[in-house]
Design a protein around this ligand. Sequence first.
Ligand SMILES: Cc1cc2nc3c(=O)[nH]c(=O)nc-3n(C[C@H](O)[C@H](O)[C@H](O)COP(=O)(O)OP(=O)(O)OC[C@H]3O[C@@H](n4cnc5c(N)ncnc54)[C@H](O)[C@@H]3O)c2cc1C
Length: 466
Amino acid sequence: MYSKVDARIVELLAEIVGPEAVVTSEEGLEPYSHDEMPGWRYMPEVVVKPRSTEEVARVVQLAAEENVPVTPRGLGTGLSGGALPVHGGIVVSMERMNRLIEVDEDNLMAVVEPGLVVGELHKQVEARGLFYPPDPASLDSCSIGGNIAENAGGPRAVKYGITRDYVMGIEAVLPDGSVIRYGGKTVKNVTGYDLANVLIGSEGTLGIITQAILKLIPLPQHRIDLLVPFHSFRDATRTVTEIIRAKRIVPVVLEFMDRESVKACEKYLEKELPFSDAEAQLIVGLDGNRREDIDAQVEVVAEICLEGGADDVLVADSAFQKDQLWHARRVLLETLKAISERVEVEDVVVPRVRIPELISAVEEISERSGFPIVNWGHAGDGNVHVGVLKRGVSDEKWNAELDRVNEAIFESALSLGGMITGEHGIGIFKKRFMPKAVDEPTMAAMRALKRAFDPAGILNPGKVLP
Ligand SMILES: Cc1cc2nc3c(=O)[nH]c(=O)nc-3n(C[C@H](O)[C@H](O)[C@H](O)COP(=O)(O)OP(=O)(O)OC[C@H]3O[C@@H](n4cnc5c(N)ncnc54)[C@H](O)[C@@H]3O)c2cc1C
């Protein structure tokens, strides 16, 4: 269906981006054949690394003329295979378009190129007393473009929202090579269809984002984190709701880990972690500008936790203490990969009051199937990461039954009023489950949108829509 990339096309690409920015060797292409989800590989035929919007547009134009598929790539930390070139062709890596173009302190906006590392943006704006809240756990290795394409969230979403809430303007190259711009440094804008919001979360299937204008807010002056162990998972998640319901306190983070996750980290790190016998741990973060206000909130939250069945409350306010407290949560994915040759991370999302029911359903699925499963994630916004491990499961059983296990997890989330992915996206892995989550008229509208943007189907084919 698509044409192959031949020597002539490689030469034309080199004329556009420069020969040093074209990769064709096997070992050079290999790192672009996978993302962070273990076990999936698709080799590109060629990788190009443009430096400007014009270069991206010319590459896409050429691909359209030659009927070669194009897959945009940020920094390859995705967990749904979105950046994998399923049909070969050209991978357009945005890694060299990584400038922070401007921090506009008067309008509280930053203008960025898509390859900018998210953690780098944090550092740059925080040095000026400003704040860009979206903070995926991968922030030191993922790009703004990848975050926009996936509409990434992070622990701070419970109070500050997700990537979508901060994107005020977008420049993008469409699949025919034309360049569109929507939005700008204005807080308000209802000029025509909101194309920025169409592109956000579109997983690189509608356009390649080449620049973005992001909203900044003032940096909160203080933050205190609490580590709270519970002997009952139900008590832990009920307490999450109680903190928000009873006192109208919205913590900046409300994360949880189950005992199996903490135990796995303990083994991997070869050190004892606090409260590792507890059935569940909550990490509660509180921030604000006046220390007295946060101290008062800490007292209220600690009281609610203890009344709700917590065994203890560990308070961390220095950088060192916070680092200790977050250690397990931060190394968790690495840990799971170290202890199990395959890990499927699902990131289902449910209304937060229904987390206990979801966890019970997942435990039952684990028992029934014999697949070890660990749970952790964003308790504050109902986004539960479910890690299905291959550890101890035979190849045969894994290959034969994994789909059924995943399906059962998705069905549980959907039956509780949830969705099959909260932040990692559909990509390759979840697209076969889309019909379960989205009804046919809605799917038809999504297909029509894709056709309107990309009638030839050359941009990131094989993703999102079954
Ligand atoms: C340890 C770990 C922790 C993580 N924690 C979180 C978390 O807390 N929250 C969360 O949301 N995610 C998390 N992720 C997933 C991942 O980091 C995010 O999905 C991130 O947004 C991907 O960014 P990237 O630059 O690596 O993009 P890639 O993986 O390169 O690409 C992801 C998708 O975006 C598209 N894309 C990339 N750049 C562009 C562009 N410029 N224009 C158009 N499309 C583009 C690609 O085609 C692909 O579909 C985590 C991953 C890891 C490994």
